[in-house]
Design a protein around this ligand. Structure first.
Ligand SMILES: Nc1nc2c(ncn2[C@@H]2O[C@H](COP(=O)(O)OP(=O)(O)OP(=O)(O)O)[C@@H](O)[C@H]2O)c(=O)[nH]1
Length: 521
């Protein structure tokens, strides 16, 4: 009993363990996948935002450059007939420098590279031969240009935007150029600097040689970017977004866009760590929202698993008391709602049926005389004791075949057996449902008549005796019986004495010459 209870508890714990493990695993998996999805979404969002910013800034810069070039072109157009007018040239240079604020300085050069006018005038360039990269390029190519960044003669990192000056007859007269000093306050810084974020995000501009043209840290302007894992892709693709590690080893989410007229690329990037900061809050919300559902799932799994084990536990309980009288009905009433438990129930039920059949057969065997099928002495004894306990009156006919030895000797033992069987058949004709025919010895029988007086029993005995003597027994022919009669009348006379008086009556019948009935005293 205790061992079964132990196993039962183990099953319960097993179910609890199963439910807990399944729930926790589901929770971890869903939390993890949620985390990954949210993270990927935040990264993609940040890259997209940076890409949009880079694109917008590249556009704005492109518009600025276009306007600057238009201003230069328009002014250059008006200079074609005025190259000899020093005052006019100086005024135009100053107008371009101070009216538009697009350039840090403006120069007007003649066709051989000698400065005709410059603004601000403090540069002291007028009358001097221009030798810088931008000037030489303008003189050589004689067309509108934006130079690569270079260091000027007066040690400024600059880009030079120039346009040629032609006479009305299309003779080349020189060029008009504006410079942007990259390391000093300039228009690019005004355009790009406004968009500096405060979460570690920043913008920089590089040319195709990875030279920095704009950076929020001025000391980096003019330097070449090294150890940046994404810059090659940025320069190659011109437009897009990606994750990269910058030259300082910080993981960044970058968007980039190229300025078409210069090939410079605007890169907008944000640290991965700060971009993922909202993840903590999001995941806290995910936990808060999924926890009640997870608990619900746990309770559901637990209850469901219990529902699965319940019929098994009930069947196990009933299997402990298979010999109890109503066990089949009780097993039948168990709700075995799924196939396996139903099969187990059927198996137990057929086991119970077999057991009961065998018990019944054994009981029958233990109570029955195997030769004649009549009850044996033991069964008779139980029945008599039960009647005494109940107080039910009864009479007994002790029937003994006369000279049976002779039957055996004359016709053989087998014929004798047949006579014994037929004798029981005759007696059964006198036995009612509540009566009993028993074989109490070799050729001795008892007919128990309940609720029957001794006188009535005597009448029955006489009829029986006559019936036997009239019966034809196969092979043997006719036999007779002697009968002793007694009765228990629910009085003071004990059963033992009744049995003794019946025996004595039979003995008397034998002594009287047999084939007769004698009442006991
Ligand atoms: N065929 C057969 N004979 C049995 C069986 N049991 C006992 N007998 C025989 O029954 C006979 C009983 O003989 P006895 O006790 O001398 O009685 P009887 O010959 O009937 O003589 P009385 O009772 O005095 O009339 C014996 O020969 C037993 O062997 C049995 O099961 N089958």
């Amino acid at each position: 009993m205790s061992s079964l209870k132990y196993h039962f508890l183990k099953l319960n714990r097993l179910i609890l363990f199963l439910a807990l493990t399944a729930t926790i695993l589901t929770f971890i998996i869903s939390f993890y996948s949620n985390y990954e999805v949210q993270k990927a979404q935040l990264i993609s969002q940040r890259i997209n935002v940076n890409q949009a910013y880079a694109h917008k800034l590249a556009d704005t810069t492109e518009v600025f450059l276009k306007l600057s070039r238009q201003q230069l072109a328009y002014t250059a157009n008006g200079l074609g007939t005025k190259m000899h007018d020093q005052t006019f040239l100086t005024r135009e240079a100053n107008r371009l420098k101070y009216q538009t604020d697009s350039f840090n300085s403006v120069v007007i050069s003649n066709a051989v590279g000698v400065t005709q006018a410059a603004s601000p005038e403090t540069l002291g360039l007028v009358g001097r031969q221009l030798t810088s990269v931008g000037s030489r390029q303008a003189l050589n190519e004689k067309k509108a240009l934006i130079s690569k960044p270079y260091i000027s003669t007066i040690d400024n990192l600059l880009v030079f935007i120039s346009t040629p000056i032609f006479s009305p007859d299309h003779d080349y007269l020189g060029f008009l150029g504006g410079t942007i000093y990259l390391k000093k306050p300039n228009i690019l810084r005004e355009i790009l600097g406004e968009h500096f974020y405060h979460n570690g995000s920043y913008i920089y501009v590089v040319d195709n040689d990875k030279k920095i043209l704009y950076h929020p840290e001025p000391e980096r302007i003019g330097t070449i970017v090294e150890n940046n894992t994404g810059l090659d892709e940025i320069i190659a693709k011109k437009e897009g977004g990606l994750s990269l590690r910058n030259s300082r080893g910080i993981d960044m989410l970058a968007g980039y866009s190229t300025i078409p007229s210069t090939g410079w690329t605007v890169v907008t990037q944000s640290p991965l760590a700060s971009s993922l900061l909202p993840l903590t809050g999001i995941m806290e919300t995910v936990i808060l929202k999924t926890l009640p559902m997870t608990l619900g799932v746990f309770v559901f799994i637990w209850l469901f698993a219990r529902a699965i084990s319940h019929p098994l536990m009930q069947l196990a309980d009933k299997a402990k008391v298979l010999d109890s009288p109503n066990v089949s009905e009780e097993i039948e009433s168990i709700n075995s709602w799924y196939v396996e438990s139903s099969s187990l129930k059927k198996a137990i039920l057929s086991g119970v049926k077999l057991l009961h059949t065998q018990i019944g057969q054994l009981k029958l065997d233990a109570d029955t005389d195997p030769l004649t099928g009549a009850k044996n002495r033991r069964a008779l004894q139980y029945r008599l004791e039960a009647l005494v306990v109940q107080g039910t009156k009864f009479s007994l006919l002790s029937v003994d075949i006369d000279y049976f030895k002779k039957v055996n000797d004359t016709f053989g033992h087998h014929a004798g057996d047949e006579v014994l069987k037929q004798q029981v058949a005759v007696m059964n004709r006198f036995s009612r449902a509540q009566d009993m025919v028993a074989r109490t010895g070799g050729e001795e029988f008892v007919l128990l008549l309940t609720e029957t007086s001794q006188d009535d029993a005597f009448v029955v005995a006489e009829r029986l005796r006559e019936a036997v003597s009239n019966e034809t027994f196969e092979e043997v022919g006719h036999i007779t019986v002697s009968i002793g009669i007694g009765a228990w009348l629910n009085d003071a006379k004990p059963l033992k004495k009744v049995l003794l008086s019946v025996d004595e009556a039979l003995y008397a019948a034998k002594a009287n010459g047999r084939n007769c009935c004698v009442m006991g005293k």
